[in-house]
Design a binder for this molecule. Structure first.
Ligand SMILES: *Cc1c(COP(=O)(O)O)cnc(C)c1O
Length: 375
């Protein structure tokens, strides 16, 4: 089936009681055994281990990412942590992007030091930098493309080819692109991870995460073990919400991309704007790679540098009325955020950077809102 059809139908739960067209929600924490005390024929025992709504969601994610299996978690960070715990060993080395999502950077840089795990932060715009950073101890390369918040573009296929030569695993944080635009597992990545909170959820009302694996093997069994024994599992209702939201992912992504493209063009060269970061602009450093890799769908995220500093950027963010000044991204409503203020003790974003998550509102209303704020 094509992507759009899988987004609607993959993982559908057949309802033998009533034949309901939409998925029922199985809130039950426990499932009846057969007369001999064996596990019931459907294989469910206890909802931390597996639940029908979670299995349905995982089947949909597997189909959309063209993987072998998927594990859903209660947040994107729980998914990232389960992946790292499953493949890391004491003394291992990890390569992360210099523009990595700050939560994952925190995990790698602070929480694994007790196990002697080391890391390199690399600018992945040039794959040669990744090759240079590989050591005998390198276990994992984490790619994030487009990156957060500078929308750097890394060539996934190139980096995977480099990793293969040294037997290094590759995980792609595919939160921003989503499998509608990029399917990293088909480009050689071993894992695709997500914060489902963002485009999968799409309505800013559910926190979730997932790992999709290219192959079922010892490592993927370990990730499943971290899910079921670690226990950071999503509720049946959260799985149901995600399943329902993913059905509209393709049309949301198209609408958000279309709006983002118009806004990027408007802001590019605007007298109050110093710089626009959007991979769809021909002026973007890696536009050619983006064009090939993203099949000319560049997504709904962009960042800008406002002329001036923190004060001017904050003024713009607070002068908008449709755009809400809030963190997170990927919802149907447009958001804007001064990134530096949320990056903790070691902020990396310039003080005049604003990140925009473009929603599905009418483009004229969004443009008028921006024009008014910049004036
Ligand atoms: C939000 C985000 C995460 C973390 O996900 P949570 O659902 O907030 O735990 C990881 N990676 C990227 C790229 C994100 O945007």
């Amino acid at each position: 089936m094509n992507f759009e059809t899988n987004a609607v139908h993959a993982g559908h739960l057949e309802d033998l009681n009533a034949g309901s067209v939409t998925n029922p929600i199985y809130l039950s924490t426990t499932f009846e055994r057969d007369k001999d005390g064996n596990i019931a024929p459907k294989g469910y025992i206890y909802s931390r281990l597996a639940n029908p709504n979670r299995s349905g969601l995982e089947a949909k994610l597997t189909a959309l990412e063209k993987g072998a299996d998927a594990m859903a978690f209660s947040s994107g960070m729980a998914a990232a942590m389960a992946l790292c715990h499953s493949i890391m060993e004491p003394g291992a080395h990890v390569i992360i992007p210099d523009d990595c999502y700050h939560g994952i950077a925190h995990l790698v840089k602070n929480m694994y030091t007790r196990w002697g795990i080391t890391y390199s932060e690399v600018d992945m715009v040039n794959p040669v930098n990744v090759e240079k950073a590989i050591t005998e101890k390198t276990k994992l390369i984490l790619i994030e493309t487009p990156s957060n918040p500078l929308l750097k573009i890394a060539d996934i296929a190139e980096i995977c080819a480099i990793a293969k030569k040294s037997n290094v695993l590759v995980a792609c944080d595919n939160t921003w692109a989503t499998p509608y635009i990029i399917q990293p597992l088909t480009m050689g990545a071993d894992y695709s991870i997500h914060s489902s909170t963002k485009y999968f959820g799409g309505h800013s009302d559910v926190i979730g995460g997932c790992v999709i694996v290219r192959e079922s093997n010892e490592a993927s069994k370990k990730i499943r073990e971290y899910q079921t024994i670690g226990g950071a599992v999503p509720s049946p209702f959260d799985c149901w919400l995600l399943d329902r939201s993913i059905a509209t992912l393709p049309i949301r992504m198209d609408a958000q991309t279309k709006n983002a493209g118009v806004i990027a063009d408007f802001l590019y060269g605007h007298p109050k704007i110093e710089r626009v970061y959007y991979p769809g602009l021909t002026s973007h450093v890696n536009h050619q790679v983006a064009k090939k890799q993203m099949k000319e769908v560049y997504g709904g995220m962009l960042s800008v540098l406002v002329k001036g500093g923190r004060k001017e950027a904050m003024h713009v963010a607070n002068s908008l009325s449709i755009f809400k000044h809030a963190t997170s991204l990927g919802g149907v409503e447009s958001l804007i955020e001064h990134r530096m203020s949320v990056e903790g003790d070691h902020p990396k974003s310039p003080d005049n950077l604003l990140r925009l998550s473009i929603g599905i509102e009418h483009i004229d209303d969004l443009l008028n809102d921006i024009k008014k704020a910049l004036d």
